[in-house]
Write a protein that binds this ligand. Structure first.
Ligand code: HEC
Length: 456
């Protein structure tokens, strides 16, 4: 199978081979995608305030699976049965679907969750995301809902131990020491681009974002990936997602093309727009990180609504008149499913006062938030309404259809279809330990797209 020869040939090739494969390797676990919930978080009320009422398009379930460390390079390597076809321009879901020849997303997750070289104990193989969309003359609306055992709405914390403030910033699968706790926010990531803006897997490569989604951004030399190559890396501290078209001759992370070439791609819209909803670093002030992927995973221009906070002068603690405490008493961490209330400057925070007497186990957030200034800059121009109730996260993302910013794609389903891809971070995980979906199309009613946005 040197070349892609059409789906009939594909069917013949794989129909024979795959039943054996399925019997041997892939078991989907029945309890995988459901959760039992026993707690609640007191302070999330109001995060949905101001939610616009719209009529949504039909619900679509998109399954995010644990990808282990299977990068683009793995996809086109001899280890992947679909490699020749991926290299020839075939999309992942041509083979991988419930009706396809190759394992479905849920089956992939079940097989891969333990295949990571550093797996997270108890991590589920896949997460079903319910997605809906809508638009009106001005705005585009995206709704995503998924189950989790708990919401992560605190990113990291300080704890008062033995008379000192100790930083507690731990994520799975890191092992915890004495008095350490995990404190990582939950997230949903969304990448999208108009189908007509073809983003090739590399210069001249026949495959692209429409077919392979996130895998145009995921490489084996990235941070925590099998061939991590951060020595001499100049584009940041860690190698994050990038597009091969931003590398000379399709090279690796350290072969960046010059700024002129990058600007040309940006002007042509040859990049995935990326929204990154963060339970701890945005949800409480109803925003998310609006970014994009090109040479790196970047944020749009503008200020972050969060900053690092320390138990030191010039920083913040809770306002006792608003909260009833200067720092969260340690036992309330567990009461809130391992979360602390957000510390919001101008709302419930006052300047840190070192003369206050703190108690053993007291907690202060290591991030402080500010309410984004209106009109919002490009970094914050997606409004995010969120809630977590009875084990279900619901996040509604609302943005102007046309922001006028070069780092955003216009979102007008009436004019054409889009490719979307999603990721979920849960249970104190970060980095590569997310769940990811294959690409899925989004368009207007009657467009033939999988997610159909209702016109309002
Ligand atoms: C031509 C059909 C085909 C295409 C296209 C294809 N795959 Fe596969 N893929 C397969 C088959 C068949 C297997 C099962 C192989 C096995 O069990 O050894 C597989 C296995 C996998 C695995 C499982 C690896 C493991 O170790 O268990 C992953 C992950 C995967 N594919 C991801 C993708 C992604 C992502 C894409 C798109 C970039 C893709 N595949 C495109 C046919 C395909």
């Amino acid at each position: 199978m040197k070349q892609y020869q059409g789906s009939k040939v594909l069917a013949a090739l794989f129909m024979a081979a795959v039943p054996l494969v399925l019997a041997g390797c892939f078991h989907s676990s029945s309890s995988d995608s459901t959760t039992k919930v026993t707690g609640s978080v007191a302070f999330m009320d109001g995060w949905m305030d101001g939610l616009p009422q719209v009529t949504w398009g039909p619900e679509v379930t998109v399954t995010a699976f644990a990808p282990a460390q299977r990068s683009w390079q793995w996809m086109v390597s001899a280890d992947h049965a679909g490699a020749e076809f991926v290299n020839g321009g075939t999309g992942c879901v041509n083979c991988h679907s419930d009706a396809g020849f190759a394992p479905s997303p849920a089956e992939l997750g079940a097989a891969l969750v333990g295949a990571d070289e550093d797996p997270i104990p108890g991590k589920r193989g896949f997460v079903d995301i319910t997605v809906q969309a809508a638009y009106d003359a001005e705005k585009f609306y995206l709704r995503a809902a998924w189950q989790t055992k708990r919401p992560g709405v605190t990113h990291d914390i300080w704890t008062y131990q033995g008379g000192d403030w100790v930083r507690n910033s731990h994520e799975k699968p890191e092992e915890l020491g004495t008095d350490e706790v995990y404190s990582r926010e939950d997230r949903i990531g969304v990448m999208f681009a108009p189908v007509s803006n073809v983003i090739p897997a590399a210069d001249g490569h026949p495959n692209n974002f429409n077919n392979v989604g996130c895998w145009v951004t995921c490489h084996s030399d990235m941070h925590d990936m099998p061939d991590m190559d951060e020595a001499g890396y100049t584009l940041g501290d860690e190698i994050t997602k990038y597009l091969k078209i931003s590398r000379v001759g399709g090279g690796g992370a350290n072969d960046a093309v010059d700024d002129t070439a990058v600007a040309a791609y940006m002007n042509a819209g040859t990049f995935p727009d990326m929204w990154h909803f963060r339970g701890g670093r945005g949800a409480a002030v109803q925003t998310l990180t609006d970014g994009y992927v090109m040479s790196t995973r970047s944020s749009d221009s503008g200020a972050h609504p969060y900053a690092t906070n320390s138990p030191a002068p010039g920083n913040y603690m809770y306002d006792i008149d608003v909260m009833g405490f200067h720092a969260l008493p340690g036992d309330e961490w567990a009461d809130n499913m391992d979360n602390a209330p957000p510390l919001i400057v101008g709302v419930n925070a006052v300047e840190f006062d070192h003369t206050v007497v703190f108690n053993e186990g007291d907690i202060l957030p290591r991030r402080r938030l500010t309410v984004p200034v209106e009109p919002r800059d490009s970094r914050n121009d997606v409004t995010a309404y969120s809630s977590w109730k009875d084990g279900v996260w619901t996040v509604i993302m609302v943005r102007d259809r046309d922001t006028g910013h070069a780092q955003d794609h216009v979102l007008n389903p009436a004019a054409g279809n889009y490719t979307f891809a999603f990721s979920i971070f849960e249970d104190h995980s970060g980095g590569r330990w997310h769940h990811v979906t294959f690409p899925v199309t989004l368009g207007a009613t009657g467009s033939g797209a999988i997610i159909q946005a209702a016109a309002n």
